[in-house]
Design a binder for this molecule. Structure first.
Ligand code: SF4
Length: 217
């Protein structure tokens, strides 16, 4: 993995894409405030497939703008929306995570697995039951503002983990999936109500729902 820390790295978009294409056996991570990410660049990033971003944001709009200049927070949110357009990418769809113990997890935030890299080939880990559950259920919601099986779709992660018998891979604090999902239930419900209202008037809604309909047929 190659990390790109250069200040305003994304101002060199073409050079970065050229690097990614040239070294297609590497994964690049650019540390950026993301303000220069637009639709066209996001499209090219999807095409090269080996570039991801660590996006800097202070937390609230107030604290971000105080440090980085007025309007920065809204630009960062817009860039995140553009990059998020594909919904959940985890479970081997476009991405997965391997922890320090070698457990192959659907996502860096989801610590449940049926496979360890020490026991099988990487390609075989992609066929593990929890990855199959992810792929069978993606997208987890027609509303692109609710992509996550843990945070945006209450109980979905627990349902998949129970179905496939994945175990907790949290190295320090193994956690029962029902207990984890219960902790997220309130915020998931609240965000779900807000996200559904926002989605009603989202200009992408019709196109996305048509695509999902075709995908499921
Ligand atoms: S939507 Fe959730 S599970 Fe999917 S990649 Fe994002 S954090 Fe991970």
């Amino acid at each position: 993995m190659v990390s790109i820390y250069r200040r305003r790295a994304i101002s060199k978009k073409e050079e970065i894409l050229t690097l990614c294409r040239k070294h297609s056996d590497c994964i690049f991570v650019a540390f950026t405030n993301a303000t220069l990410i637009d639709e066209e660049f996001a499209k090219q990033v999807r095409e090269v497939g080996n570039l991801s971003f660590s996006i800097s944001v202070e937390g609230t709009e107030e604290s971000t703008d105080a440090r980085r200049g007025k309007g920065t927070y809204q630009k960062v949110m817009k860039a995140m929306d553009i990059l998020k357009k594909g919904g959940c990418i985890a479970g081997g769809k476009h991405y997965m995570h391997i922890n320090a113990n070698g457990d192959v997890e659907p996502c860096v935030f989801i610590h449940y697995s049926n496979a360890n890299i020490k026991d099988m080939d990487l390609l075989d880990t992609l066929k593990q039951p929890i990855f199959r559950e992810y792929q069978k259920n993606q997208p987890f919601h027609d509303n692109l503002l609710r992509p996550c099986p843990l945070l945006d779709n209450s109980g979905k992660l627990a349902e998949m983990v129970h179905k496939c018998g994945a175990h907790s891979t949290d190295l320090l604090h193994p956690e029962d999936v029902d207990s984890l999902c219960a902790k997220c239930q309130k915020i998931s419900k609240e965000w779900g109500e807000t996200a559904d209202k926002l989605w009603e008037t989202d200009p992408r809604r019709k196109e996305v729902e048509d695509k999902i309909q075709d995908f499921r047929c």
